[in-house]
Structure formats: C-alpha cells, structure tokens
Design a protein around this ligand. Structure first.
Ligand SMILES: [Mg+2]
Length: 269
C-alpha cells in the first residue's frame, strides 16, 4: 500500500517535470532586467470565478509581484478592468495600476497620474441593469466608476437577453461603448483603453527608456498587446503564449525573477 503510494508519487513527479519542461520549451524568452512589465489580472494572473470578488489569490502571488517590481526598479504596473479599490483588496496596496481599463492611472507611490471624468449616461443605466440581473438568477452586475459589467458565468442561458438589453440601453449614448468579455459584457466610457494606459506609463519614470512587456487574455487586452509590440517590446497573450494557463504565466514570471536575481548575484560577486 505504502509502496503503491511511493510509486504514484514518483510517477506524478516525473509527469510534473515533463509538463514543466514542455511549458518551458514553449514559453516566451525570460524577462530582461531592462523591461517594464504590465500585467492584466483576471484570466492572466488569476483564474476566473463566478463572483469577480470571490477570486482566489494564491498566497505566493503578491510577494512574486513585489519581487518583480523590486527587481525591475519599480517598472511594473497592473492594467485591469477592475476598480482601483478592488485591485488593492486583491493584491495589496502599493502597486502602480491602470484601473478600469486605464480610466484611472496610479503610480507606485500612490499618486494619481490621470483620471477620466465619469459619464453621467452611465449613471442612468445602473437601475435598469440592476433590475435585469434581478430577473436572471445567477447573474450579477459589477458597478464601477467608469463602467458597468453584466456577468453570467453561473447562468450562461442569460447571455442573449442581457446582451440585447445592454446593447439597447447603450445605443442612445455615443459616449458609451460595449466590450464583450469572458462570460460578461461591459458597458464603459469611450476614450480609454489599456494600450493608451501602457503608453502613458511608458512616458514616465521608472518605465521610460525600458522595453514594455504586457501579458493579457482578453479582447480588452489587445490594444496593449499591440502597443507593447509597436514600442519594441513583447505583447503576450495567455492562450497564444502560455497554453491558456494562468499557472504557466505565474511560473514564467517566477522563473524570470529567479534567473534575474541569480544574474544580479553573479554580477555582484
Ligand atoms: Mg483579463
């Protein structure tokens, strides 16, 4: 019995090592010390959950991100659709961030770099959307300052009705735009995207003069993927470059940091 367990453990270790090597072979080249790192959160660093506030954060993730930020002399920023307060709640305060798809940009020292003006049209949509999710059990409305998100991960049958409603309600407002997301539809203000947010950060210290690297997983990430490439860096996609696995992204970041620290130690010795 005990021997069977040992055999099973050895097989698992062998298998895990094999997967690790496969991942390693297909992963992008490791991060360089002179890059500026921009990371989406949901679907890139964290797996999705039914409730966006119920996502699980592995205990090692915040220290990994702090380690990367330190190694890159502060040139790391999170670019997320989430509200600034939610980013801080999930990963801890102290990270530079482009929240709500770049509508709010905050530096690592807490200073607000840029902030859009909330569109009053969005306010008018809150009540009818809240009422609609009340009619579809399992759906929920995420209310942000610059966007409203209808989520139907736990109730996929509601997708059509909620999408039609979102389209109809947003149509009369030229300042609003519809963004499809993973099991969700976001109605948000026009005029900001993660590509513009990345570019804004890149004009400022400590990002300026570095090579931008961005990782994202969604339609809303494509402008930043494109912008990072245009600026001579790497624009990476979770499905295309990491086999669709947030674990592979985290492992790649951890390997880059480990190698980077070893290189620094070698240089200093
Ligand atoms: Mg995402």
């Amino acid at each position: 019995m005990l021997q069977d367990l040992h055999v099973a453990v050895r097989m698992w270790q062998h298998f895990r090592g094999h997967i690790g090597r496969m991942r390693h072979q297909n992963s992008p080249p490791e991060l360089a010390h002179d890059c500026a790192l921009f990371l989406d959160i949901d679907g890139t660093l964290l797996n999705f959950s039914v409730d966006p506030l119920g996502v699980e954060v592995p205990p090692g993730l915040p220290p990994l991100l702090r380690g990367l930020a330190g190694w890159l002399d502060g040139a790391l920023a999170l670019l997320s659709g989430r509200r600034l307060a939610d980013i801080d709640q999930l990963l801890g305060a102290g990270f530079a961030a482009g929240a709500e798809h770049g509508a709010v940009l905050r530096a690592g020292d807490g200073a607000i770099i840029a902030e859009a003006r909330p569109d009053p049209a969005l306010q008018a949509l809150r009540a009818p959307l809240a009422e609609a999710v009340g009619r579809h059990p399992g759906t929920l409305l995420e209310e942000k300052r610059f966007g409203l998100v209808l989520h139907w991960r736990a109730a996929p049958q509601a997708q059509e009705a909620l999408t039609e409603l979102g389209q109809a309600l947003a149509a009369p407002h030229p300042g609003l735009v519809l963004m499809p997301a993973h099991a969700a539809l976001e109605i948000r203000q026009r005029g900001t995207d993660k590509g513009a947010a990345l570019e804004r950060f890149m004009a400022l210290p400590p990002y300026a003069g570095r090579r931008p690297v961005f990782i994202g997983d969604d339609v809303t990430d494509e402008p930043a993927i494109a912008r990072a490439r245009e600026m001579g860096g790497m624009g990476l996609h979770v499905a295309r470059d990491f086999g669709g696995k947030v674990e592979a992204v985290r492992a790649w970041l951890a390997a880059s940091l480990e190698k980077g620290r070893m290189d620094v130690a070698t240089l200093q010795s």
